[in-house]
Design a protein around this ligand. Structure first.
Ligand SMILES: [Zn+2]
Length: 211
């Protein structure tokens, strides 16, 4: 059982608490459901636009124990790194510049925060290692990154609210970039499924080769 998140959503939806941490990868459906469950529990289910920063800084504490949110000087992070998630202690660390952008609801900053939230919820202390840490193999790392991106996509652009919209409408109403909105729509229509599946397969193939 996962220690992070308890879902009180309906029983026909998988709750995060039932997702085994032993599974190598989450399915797309599981990630969608984790994101949806969190939206429901946060009272965001009908909202297209919400304050991601507030969710992480304040609201998430009700569901995730011991999570701290730390803002650091950009220079304290490696070049090009604007945010990361650590598990010992469990913490989302963001560069000051990203925090400022997120505060003004910059669309890319919002996506990065949602991505880190995905790491917190999907990758517990045994599975989570961040991209910057070398101990985990490359394939597993890319799986984690992919899963965190899929979570961010589902959390910011829930299928039930965006399915019938255009990419431009999604971009404006959900506070995401047009590129992210187009990718989301394509995936909801099944057009990007192959791309994601092949990414997973590729990662698995690399992992098998390495072991
Ligand atoms: Zn990441």
């Amino acid at each position: 059982m996962n220690r992070f998140f308890y879902s009180n959503t309906s029983t026909d939806e998988i709750s995060f608490a039932t997702v085994s941490k032993d599974s190598v990868s989450f399915s797309l459906a599981q990630i969608e459901q984790v994101a949806r469950s969190l939206r429901v529990d946060l009272g965001l289910d009908d909202l297209r636009l919400f304050d991601v920063l507030r969710v992480i800084e304040i609201d998430l504490a009700k569901f995730v124990n011991d999570l701290s949110f730390v803002v650091v000087d950009d220079k304290e992070l490696d070049d090009g790194v604007l945010a990361l998630t650590t598990h010992d202690p469990l913490s989302i660390v963001v560069a000051e510049s990203l925090y400022d952008l997120a505060f003004s609801r910059d669309e890319n900053a919002r996506f990065v925060l949602a991505h880190e939230l995905g790491h917190v919820l999907l990758h517990d202390s045994e599975r989570l290692e961040h991209c910057g840490i070398d101990q985990i193999d490359k394939a597993q790392r890319s799986n984690f990154e992919l899963e965190a991106n899929l979570f961010a996509e589902a959390f910011l652009m829930p299928a039930h609210l965006v399915r019938s919209m255009t990419a431009t409408e999604i971009s404006h109403s959900c506070g995401v970039s047009i590129v992210r909105a187009e990718e989301r729509l394509a995936r909801l229509k099944g057009e990007m499924l192959c791309k994601y599946i092949s990414s997973f397969c590729e990662a698995d193939a690399v992992a098998n080769k390495a072991s």
